[in-house]
Ligand binder design. Sequence first.
Ligand code: KKD
Ligand code: ZN
Length: 313
Amino acid sequence: MSSYHNSARLSQARKVAIFGGTHGNEMSGVALVNLWTKNGAEIQRRGVETKPFVANPKAVEKCCRYVDTDLNRAFTPENLSAPGGDDLPYEVQRAQEINRMFGPKGSPEAYDVIFDLHNTTSNMGCTLILESSKDHFNLQMMNYIKKAMAPASCLVLLNEHPLLKYSTSRSVAKHPVGLEVGPQPQGVLRSNIFEAMRVILKHALDFIELFNEGMEFPPCTVEAFRVSERIDYPRDTNGNIIAMVHPNLQDCDWEPLNPGDPMFQTFDGKTIHYQGSGTVYPTFINEAAYYEKQQAFVTTRRETLVASAIRKA
Ligand SMILES: CC(=O)N[C@@H](CC(=O)O)C(=O)O
Ligand SMILES: [Zn+2]
């Protein structure tokens, strides 16, 4: 008997992929995907085909973020339809290949869910990244994972900013989910970070199995941090950085930053204060990969997202 007569009826999630090495120097995802490629017992669930996949093997080989261009920005309509074959940048070719294997993006044949495993040098802990506040399947999954992880915390970062959103590898799937676990230096494996990522995946796959078996998920709310603004380092007229993240802000991902709070410290010891309007929650603070993207951190705002009841069709 169903208590939620207006549950959204969604098709089952039968095709699931786990991407590691979208960035070749983020080692937890690479190690987990290699482990599960050797023995997939841990990621098998009834009625689901789960494919572990190394997204950027050339970057993994060289242990760098990318070879020619950032794969996790490459899944634009222009790139995916670009002619040129072997003359295209490696990651654009790879994006086309991934789109053929797991997409095509936006089509009914696309994979149902792609989990994309990332590490950050920021002190973000366990973070799940969503690209849409209207994907009720993903919102229900977030709620399930957060409850299963408690009392450990697992936060949800929502990136549907019209300008700051980017075209990710996982965006090929109907339900894209990013996992971002840190802090972990580039090229380094830390057992605590590796295990945290592994546990999130376990709960995520459990959720999919329960959903496919017909479990009904009642309406719920999910606390999320919505990407608001990109903050660059202070620079001189030549574009060189003239300040570092302030010690009061360093490692304080997800903690409130108020107007007037210290934000940067110049090399000659001056403090630069946050000048925005109202409280924000910075994250990706001092992420190594974002120096090239002119980003010292991103501000977010807290929001309560509402998920409707869902049930398989
Ligand atoms: C540090 C890092 O690579 N973060 C990811 C976040 C994401 O997957 O959305 C990226 O910039 O692509
Ligand atoms: Zn990454």
